[in-house]
Ligand binder design. Structure first.
Ligand SMILES: *Cc1c(COP(=O)(O)O)cnc(C)c1O
Length: 235
C-alpha cells in the first residue's frame, strides 16, 4: 500500500528541517534552496501529495510515465524531466514537461528547440553535466560545456535556467560523500566560469538527492531532487 498523506507530510517537514540546517551550516538562506520531490515509479497520488503539501514541481525520469500520470493530477503542478532523453522523444517531452533538466547534447538541444517552436512555446531547460566523471552516468562532458552553452543560447525557443548533475556512487559511504562533494564543486565552478563568460545568470544548480543533499547545499545547490526520503525505496 502507498503511504498516506500524513506520512508524506511528516517526511517532507523533516526533510525541510534538515535542508534548513544544511543551509544554516554554510550561512545560506533556506529560501535559496527548493525541494523538488521525485515521483518516478510512484503512483499519481505521490504527485497529488506534493501539490497538496504546497510544493510546485515534481521530477520524473520517463516521458511515458508522465503521459499516464499527469492527467490524473488536477492540482496545479509543474513536471520536470530528470532522466535521460533520447532525441527521438524530444517532441513528446516538450509537449508533456514544463522543464527538461537532463539536456546533455547539442543534438538534443536542437531537437527540443524545434519541438518547442512547433508547439509555440518557450521550453525551460537545464544542461546536465557529468561533473563526477562517472562512466555509468549520462550528462555532457565538462570539456564540451562551452560548446553546449553556446548552442543552447542560440536556440530561440529554449530558455537556459542553469545546470544539473548527478553524483556517482562510491564503494563506501565516506567515498560516496567525497565523490558527491567533488561532483558538486565541479558544477558550481563550471557555473562560476560560464556565467560571466557568456553573460547569463545560470541561476539554477540542480544537485543533491536523498543521500547527498547536504553536500549539495554546501556547494550551492538551488534545487534538490529527492525521492527515497519522501516516498520510501522504489520497487
Ligand atoms: C531517482 C532520481 C533522484 C531521486 O533519488 P533518491 O535517491 O530517491 O532521492 C534524483 N535525481 C535523479 C536524476 C534521479 O533519477
Amino acid at each position: 500500500m502507498f503511504i498516506d498523506f500524513e506520512t508524506f507530510s511528516e517526511r517532507a517537514d523533516n526533510l525541510r528541517k534538515l535542508m534548513d540546517k544544511a543551509c544554516a551550516a554554510v550561512g545560506r538562506s533556506p529560501a535559496e534552496v527548493v525541494l523538488m520531490p521525485v515521483t518516478k515509479t510512484q503512483p499519481a497520488a505521490a504527485a497529488a501529495y506534493v501539490a497538496r503539501y504546497g510544493l510546485g514541481a515534481v521530477g520524473e525520469n520517463r516521458v511515458q510515465e508522465v503521459m499516464e500520470k499527469r492527467p490524473a493530477v488536477t492540482a496545479p503542478l509543474r513536471w520536470e524531466l530528470i532522466g535521460h532523453l533520447q532525441s527521438n522523444k524530444a517532441k513528446l517531452a516538450a509537449t508533456h514537461f514544463d522543464r527538461i533538466q537532463s539536456v546533455d547534447s547539442t543534438k538534443l538541444l536542437e531537437r527540443l528547440n524545434r519541438a518547442a517552436a512547433e508547439l509555440g512555446r518557450t521550453l525551460p531547460v537545464l544542461l546536465q553535466f557529468n561533473s563526477g566523471h562517472d562512466p555509468a552516468k549520462f550528462g555532457a562532458e565538462l570539456t564540451d560545456a562551452d560548446a553546449m552553452l553556446e548552442c543552447a543560447l542560440g536556440q530561440a525557443s529554449l530558455r537556459v535556467d542553469g545546470l544539473m548533475a548527478i553524483a556517482p556512487l562510491g564503494a563506501t559511504p565516506g567515498e560516496t560523500s567525497d565523490l558527491a562533494r567533488r561532483t558538486f564543486t565541479n558544477l558550481r565552478e563550471l557555473r562560476e566560469r560560464l556565467a560571466p563568460a557568456f553573460g547569463v545568470p545560470l541561476r539554477e544548480l540542480s544537485m543533491g538527492m536523498t543521500g547527498d543533499f547536504a553536500e549539495a547545499i554546501a556547494e550551492g545547490s538551488t534545487l534538490i531532487r529527492v525521492g527515497t526520503a519522501l516516498f520510501g525505496s522504489r520497487a
